[in-house]
Every structure is written in structure tokens, then in C-alpha cells.
Design a protein around this ligand. Structure first.
Ligand code: SF4
Length: 505
């Protein structure tokens, strides 16, 4: 497999009946990670490649959850990341070896798992963006929590052209450096400063965080992580776009391609909601009741609009139909449901002509022949919404007055509404949704223990709470689990459940 440069993994061949790829194990490394400029070369057992790639994915999923939960990345975030990262390091090594060997193994496994996940997540923009975001968060955490000497080694190997600022010059510029960074004199004096072309520090320039003079940016050692993560972002973006173009030519490396697909498919937990069996409780006549109890706000809004207007525009249909399919509604029931709901505005014949094809397409019975994955929150939040359409995330695209009415209709107290709206204001829509979920289900704050990532996940959690399988209480002493939920179908809504307040949408 070619990872995009001349040092890449190139060969897949059999050796003693075992399929291996080339990956250079390299000399002993003195620090545990890098900027991933060069692809690994040398021998690597495929089972190890798969193991370390899964371990990294588990880590990145947790990084994503923590990033969503602790948006300001304060001390709580750092302490959770510390626990998580220590677990991750153990999974990267396994087995007993000397501490020097461990560092080398950890380094190499970190290297190959990063590159293999680049390959696994290169196929579409949503996967690419998710992966790059989590890798950058991980990189920034690691970079700011390693020894100063290791930071210097990574910086030196980054290819970045910079000059370390002399103490004499720093003392002369101490006032402007304090002003620019909003720092105390003590902070300026204890920090190292680096001079570089301002084009390398555009993120910091945009935030007006650094001193600029004659095209030279003066970046302190804390902000270097931002500069390096920008380099990592553009390297990864370029590499993954190249890889995406090469996928069609990788026919003979079928096993690698399959491992990559498998890994990419468990990234968004929602993809695990594709039911292997249909659910005979998800029937048209129960949708009203089920939606009041457990549909997330984005789907409830669509369902209400369908009831009231007897019609849905394209954006809403394409968001809602895969959601129902993943809950377990059969194709026959979906056709009955939409045909019946559209009856107010559309004749049987017109429905057949205009809408049946797209419903069958979602179920893989027309067109490409594959069942369509239900949309994740990030996809819904970033989707455009046309005039008169009701797709998208209500936390993102509802105006202030309607948001007040909406939260009222869910029975939230003033204080609860205030907390949800604070998250909306800071554009943390999934956290707003998670808080609303906890309030609506009468749970302690943070009792859910994670941020909602997918509408089908919302439904699943709601079912678990309503049927007593999930606790409503926040348990402070709970340790962080280092697990990715195994793909599972959503629990079935068999019992009658207490419906939530009917919303006024
Ligand atoms: S955060 Fe996700 S589940 Fe919640 S309303 Fe928005 S899109 Fe739906």
C-alpha cells in the first residue's frame, strides 16, 4: 500500500503462509510520538496492524467524547485525558519488554496505527474531518504533556524553519510580548520564544494572540503546539485525499482494504445501528407514541411536520427515512407510513411516481443496492437546509424565540433551559442535546456520561432509561471505561413507556 510518499508501505506478500506488509521498525526512539511526516516501511504482522489500529480508534473515540463534554479543555479534560492516554500507551505495547524496547514498540505502533487509520478514514469528507480533528486534539494533548526535551526533538524534526529567541532580545521585547499574549511578565520570562515566518502561525495571527513584526511571528513554547498541529492538519489532509484517489487501484490488497472498511464502519456509533433484523414494534401506527417518548429533537420536528402538513421536503425525507430504517422499520411499513402520511397532499399515484423510488433507495432496493447509513449528528449539523425544509439540528437552526418555546414544551425549568441555551450560544449543539436529554428523562446532569453523537444513539439511550436499563444517577466515582461499544442493534420498544410532554412544534 502506498501511503503517499516514497518511503511508504509498498508490498503485501506471503511469508510462511502469513500475509505481511512492509514497515520499517527503525532504531530505538527516545520519545513516544512524532509529526507523521514519513510513512513507515518494514515488516508488520497484519494482526498487529489490526490490533493497534483498533486500539487507536478506541482512544480517538474517547478523545472525541471528552472534547465534546469538556469544550473548554480545562483541568477536568486534562485529568480524564491523562487516564485515557496512560491506558492507550499500554495497549500500544502489550507484553513484557525492557523500558527502551517498550518506547520503540510504542513509537512504531503509534506510527503504523496513525497511517493505517489515515487509510481507513480517507474515503469521504465526514470521516476525514472526524479523524483529523481527533488526531489533532490527541497531538496537542501529548505535545503539551511531554518533557521539554522531547518537545524540542519533535520541533527540530518538524521541518519548520524557526530561530530560538535570545534572552537578551526577549528582555528587550518583554512588554510587547506581554501585551500580545495577554501574559504576565513571569510567564514571558519562563517561556521559550521562537521566531518564524508569520505564514506558519496563521491560526495564532487570526486569534490575535502573538506579537508580529516585519512578517516575523514571535511564538511562545505553549503556542508551538498550535503551529505544529496546523502542519499536521495540512499533511494529513493532503495525504488522505491522495489515498482516497488510490483506493480503486488497491484491488489486490483486499485484506487491508477490508480491515480499513471494518474500522471506518465502527467509527460513528450510529453506523452500528443498522439493524440486522427488522423490529416488528416499529410500525406506522406506533410512530406517534414512540416519537414522543424517544425520538431526538431533530427527528421529532420532522415527524410533527409530517403529521401537520402531510408532506416533507427532500432534506427532511433523506434525514428521516434512514433513521427509521435503522430503528428496524421494514420497507413495507415505511411505504405504508409515508404513503399514509402524504395522503393529505399527494394521491396514491403521485406518491408512487415521486417518492417510492427514494424510499426503496434508502433500503437498498433501488439504485446502488446498499442500505443507506443513518446520518450522524455531525453530518446533520453541517447539512444545508433549503427554504421550507425542516432537516438539520434544531439546536443549530432554531431562532431564539422558537427555542424558548421548544424548551418550554419539553417541560424544562428556567434553570434547565438556561443551561441548554448556554451550550447553544457557544455552538455546542450536541452538548445542548445531551443536557436536554438528561433533563427530559429526569436524569442527574452528566448521568449519561457521554455526549450524544447520533440520533439513533439518542433513541437507544432513551429506550434504556425508560425501560430501567440505564441509571438516571450521576456516579462521580465512576472510572473511565476504555471500550468502544460493540456494534449492537437498538433495543426494541416493546413495553409501553411514559411519553414525554407533547411538544408544540
Ligand atoms: S444533536 Fe444530534 S440527535 Fe440531537 S437534535 Fe441535533 S442532530 Fe439530533
Amino acid at each position: 500500500m502506498d501511503f503517499g510518499n516514497k518511503n511508504s508501505i509498498k508490498k503485501v506478500y506471503r511469508k510462511d503462509g502469513t500475509k505481511v506488509i512492509t514497515q520499517e521498525t527503525g532504531e530505538d526512539k527516545k520519545f513516544a510520538f512524532q509529526l507523521y511526516k514519513d510513512a513507515p516501511t518494514g515488516d508488520c504482522d497484519l494482526s498487529n496492524l489490526e490490533r493497534v489500529s483498533y486500539s487507536r480508534l478506541k482512544m480517538l473515540k474517547k478523545v472525541g467524547e471528552l472534547g465534546n463534554h469538556y469544550a473548554n479543555k480545562g483541568p477536568d479534560y486534562n485529568s480524564k485525558m491523562f487516564v485515557l492516554y496512560e491506558e492507550f500507551k499500554k495497549l500500544m505495547v502489550m507484553g513484557s519488554s525492557s523500558s527502551n524496547e517498550k518506547v520503540t514498540i510504542e513509537y512504531n505502533n503509534d506510527w503504523i496505527s496513525h497511517f493505517f487509520l489515515c487509510f481507513a478514514f480517507c474515503r469521504n469528507e465526514e470521516d476525514r474531518e472526524w479523524f483529523i480533528k481527533q488526531e489533532l486534539d490527541l497531538f496537542r494533548y501529548r505535545f503539551t504533556h511531554i518533557l521539554a526535551g522531547d518537545r524540542q526533538s519533535i520541533l527540530a524534526g518538524s521541518g519548520l524553519e524557526f530561530e530560538k529567541m535570545e534572552d537578551r532580545e526577549k528582555n528587550e521585547l518583554v512588554d510587547v510580548l506581554m501585551d500580545a499574549g495577554g501574559l504576565h511578565k513571569f510567564d514571558v520570562q519562563k517561556n521559550e520564544y521562537y521566531k518564524m515566518d508569520f505564514l506558519h502561525a496563521l491560526s495564532l495571527v487570526r486569534r490575535r494572540k502573538i506579537y508580529l513584526c516585519n512578517g516575523i511571528a514571535y511564538v511562545n513554547s505553549n503556542d508551538i503546539a498550535v503551529v505544529l498541529s496546523d502542519i499536521l492538519r495540512s499533511t494529513m489532509d493532503e495525504r488522505m485525499k491522495k489515498l482516497q484517489k488510490k483506493i480503486p487501484t488497491l484491488g489486490e490488497e483486499e485484506r487491508l482494504v477490508n480491515i480499513g472498511k471494518k474500522i471506518a464502519n465502527i467509527r460513528v456509533s450510529g453506523k452500528a445501528f443498522e439493524p440486522s433484523n427488522t423490529d416488528d414494534s416499529i410500525v406506522p401506527q406506533r410512530i406517534n407514541e414512540i416519537s414522543k417518548a424517544s425520538f431526538p429533537p431533530c427527528m421529532r420536528r420532522i415527524q410533527r411536520k409530517l403529521v401537520v402538513e402531510g408532506h416533507l421536503k427532500y432534506g427532511a425525507r433523506i434525514q428521516y427515512t434512514p433513521f427509521l430504517q435503522a430503528l428496524g422499520m421494514t420497507l413495507d411499513n415505511a411505504l405504508i407510513y409515508f404513503r399514509g402520511s402524504f395522503a393529505k397532499t399527494t394521491s396514491f399515484k403521485d406518491f408512487e411516481k415521486k417518492y417510492e423510488y427514494s424510499i426503496k433507495h434508502v433500503y437498498g432496493k433501488e439504485g446502488h443496492g446498499r442500505v443507506m447509513n443513518p446520518f450522524s449528528c455531525s453530518k446533520i449539523i453541517t447539512s444545508a437546509s433549503g427554504a421550507g425544509d425542516c432537516n438539520g439540528c434544531p439546536f443549530q437552526n432554531t431562532d431564539k424565540k422558537d427555542m424558548d418555546d421548544l424548551l418550554d414544551s419539553w417541560g424544562l425549568t428556567r434553570e434547565q433551559s438556561f443551561k441548554v441555551k448556554a451550550q447553544v450560544t457557544s455552538r455546542q449543539y450536541q452538548i445542548a442535546c445531551t443536557k436536554a436529554f438528561e433533563f427530559v428523562h429526569g436524569m442527574d446532569e452528566q448521568a449519561l456520561g457521554q455526549t450524544i453523537q447520533h440520533p439513533n444513539e439518542y433513541f437507544k439511550f432513551s429506550q434504556e432509561v425508560l425501560t430501567g436499563k440505564r441509571s438516571k444517577t450521576y456516579y462521580q466515582g465512576e472510572s473511565m471505561e476504555f471500550n468502544v461499544a460493540a456494534p449492537a442493534t437498538a433495543p426494541l420498544l416493546k413495553e409501553n413507556v411514559e411519553p414525554m410532554e407533547v411538544d408544540k412544534q
